[in-house]
Each structure stands twice: as C-alpha cells, then as structure tokens.
Design a protein. Structure first.
Length: 403
C-alpha cells in the first residue's frame, strides 16, 4: 500500500518530518515501511529534507528529486518549497534502482542504462526514468530526453518495457536540480526504477496544443536550435504566422507559449491529439533568426507545424482522459495515482481559468493515494516507443491485481 504525505514548510528538515509523519499516521497497524518516493521544490535543501524524512521513517531508500511543484490529494503548489511523498509498505518490494551519471553525454548514458535494463528487467516491467534536466546555467544548457532515449533504444533488447518518466527541474527558471538516488543526493544523473511487479500500470496521456500553421520543413537545425523553416529564418516565419510587429528588431517569440509539433501518420487525416509530438520553444534570437527547442526531437527535413496551447482543449483532454482511464480499470486495488504534469500547464504559467491538475485531484477518489509533480518534460509510450513529450500530463494508476 502507498500512503501520501506532504508539507509546505520552508525549513527543509521540518518539511521532511511533516510529510513523513503525515504518511506514517495513515499506515495500518502491523505495516512497515518498504521504500519511499519523494519530490520537493528545488528551493529545499535536499540533505536536510532527507534527514527529516528518515527521522520519522528510519533509514529507508528514498527515490525522487527536485521539481517545479507538487500535487497530492490535499496539496497543489509550486512555490519551490512543497514536498510530497509516497510511503510504500510491505509487502510491496523495493524497486530495482539504476543510477547513471550523464557527464559523458545523454546518448552514452542511455546506452549504459539499456545494458543494465537488459540484465535486470523482465519483459512487461514498468520502468520509471527520472533525470536531472539542467546541465549548466548561464548560459542555459539542458540534458535532452530525446538523446537519452535514442541511446537507450540503440541497445535495449528487453521488449516490451513500459517506460514512463520525466526531466526534472528545480523551478520555472531552471533552478539547479537534484535526484534522490536511494541513499544519496546526486546531480547530472539519470535514475531508473524498475517498479515492483505487484504494481500493474495503466497510463494515459493528456494533451493541450493545436496547430496554427500549415506544414513546414526544417531546412537548417543544429541540435535544439532551429535556424530555418522552408528556407527562411525561423523568427521571420513565426513573425509572419503569429502576426508580429513588422519591425524585425522587436522580439517576436514568447518562449514556452508555443511549440513545434510533428504529426505522425497521414498529414491530411483529421486532427487528433494522439498523433502529435511537440517540442517547447524556450528561446528565440532575432539576430541570427533562430529558435531554441527544449529538446532535440527534430532533424533537418523534419516536417512540423507551429502549435499553440489551447487551455480549453487542455482541460477537456484532462477530464476525458482521467475518466476513461479510471473507467478502464475494472478490478484490483488502486495503490497509487501517479501524475507527471508539464510545468507549463499550471494556471499561473498558462493563464488557464483553473488549475488543470485540480481536475485530476477531483476525479481521483479520495481513497486513491495521489502523488504528482510538475516537470520540465515528460516521457511516455507513444506511437510504438516511449518518447519525450512537452505540454502533456502523464497519468499512471498503479493497480494491485493479485488474487
């Protein structure tokens, strides 16, 4: 069973104690702690936070890291100080944990991770991947999920694996990030948890972007930096499509409000959220005409569309997706609802009329433990393999279906 605790204390040790104590008080007589999943705002001191958790729960393994904000049954916040955790009790076993440093590059880390998964994972296992997204700042340089997963899939031979996860950032301004690796705090690393086989996952993806342009070809790109679309400076194209001022010196892109999206399958088929992979735009440069994407999903020749967030569509997608997912689970005990939500979907960031994650909280019955967080990017199975996604919400309900 999983028990949820949370705190908003700005004192890190106290935040750990309060969250752990709340979860501990909900445990049944005779239960003992197996392991803990914990997430906290990047403004917390990770060592002090873990000290507080262990003061209540003992010397247990703790996995998770720093995030933009935390979502639980009775808490939603993103000030940088929230703490949320799930305490798993026996007989739920500890996950198999793999921790790999990414200083040699995400692609190599992905290959190394795949070798470990080939040795340790069984077909059908669920693997939760969490990685520190911030490489350096300033200037802003990110570890990219697409390179990590590309490296993984060049070596991975254990199929199918249900891979979900996220790139973690400390706050909306890419505050330095950390991971809880079981017994230690680490940076510049990727953590993979092979989840216990007693937990059966049901996953759905909530979207929130719609196309506002025709199809265009990327004609010049270097890593995450797109210089040309259809042979024209990228900022000129955005300027024209979005109705910017004709004075080129004025900034024309508002980072994080629009994306580039790739449509898979028939380009002329009716719009469907289920066939798009989007990449957020995090910067623009009117001097060289470039835009910088959050990830390296695209290459020269990729056909894309300009996508814009659609708050009404986002809210409808979340409500529909949650209800359909819960309706599809017909048996067993719902052990944990786990929600990975793009930080851009918060009300303060998206200017939505309501908090999108509150739809999840309302739809999830109070007896289902809920732990979620706001991420820099999301990972989920999509069109044949797990992919890095942007502006999405990934809801997984772990079910105990033992007879």
């Amino acid at each position: 069973m999983a028990y949820i605790g949370n705190s908003q204390s700005t004192e890190s040790e106290l935040a750990g104690r309060e969250a752990a104590s709340m979860a501990k008080q909900r445990m049944q007589d005779g239960e003992s702690v197996s392991w803990v999943m914990a997430f906290c705002g990047g403004r917390q001191d990770p060592e002090e936070l873990l000290k507080g958790i262990r003061a209540e729960l003992g010397n247990v393994k703790i996995y998770g890291g720093s995030v933009c904000g935390v979502i639980t049954n009775n808490l939603l916040g993103y000030t940088g100080y929230e703490c949320g955790l799930a305490v798993f009790t026996t007989p739920v076993p500890e996950p198999h944990a793999i921790l790999i440093n990414m200083d040699s590059g995400e692609f190599n880390a992905g290959k190394e991770l795949a070798l470990e998964l080939n040795n340790q994972a069984e077909e059908g296992d669920t693997v939760l991947i969490l990685f520190d997204q911030l490489k350096s700042m300033p200037p802003l340089e990110l570890f990219t999920g697409s390179s990590l997963l590309d490296g993984l899939y060049t070596v991975l031979d254990k199929k199918p694996l249900n891979i979900i996860g996220a790139g973690l950032v400390g706050d909306f301004n890419f505050f330095p990030c950390f991971l809880f690796g079981g017994s230690e705090v680490v940076e510049h690393s990727v953590l993979a948890l092979i989840m216990p086989g007693t937990l059966s996952p049901y996953t759905t993806i909530m979207h929130g972007c719609t196309p506002v342009s025709s199809f265009m070809e990327i004609t010049r790109i270097e890593g995450p930096v797109v210089y040309e679309l259809n042979g024209r400076r990228a900022t000129d194209v955005f300027h024209e499509m979005l109705g910017g001022d004709s004075e080129f010196g004025q900034e024309v892109i508002i980072p994080f409000t629009i994306t580039l999206g790739k449509k898979y399958g028939d380009q002329f088929a009716p719009y469907s959220e289920q066939v798009y992979v989007n990449s957020l735009i995090i910067n623009s440069n009117t001097e060289d005409g470039s835009i910088t994407l959050l990830d390296t999903d695209f290459q020269k020749g990729t056909v894309v569309q300009i996508m814009t967030r659609n708050n009404n569509f986002m809210l409808e997608s979340t409500k529909r997706g949650t209800e359909e997912l819960l309706g599809s689970i017909r048996k067993g005990q719902h052990e944990l609802a786990f929600y990975i939500d793009c930080a851009g979907r918060t009300r303060d960031f998206s200017s939505s009329r309501i908090e999108e994650a509150n739809i999840i909280r309302k739809s999830i019955r109070k007896e289902i433990p809920l732990l979620g967080f706001y991420s820099g990017m999301e990972i989920a199975p999509f069109l044949g393999r797990s992919r890095p996604l942007n502006w999405t919400g990934i809801l997984t309900v772990f079910n105990n279906e033992r007879e």
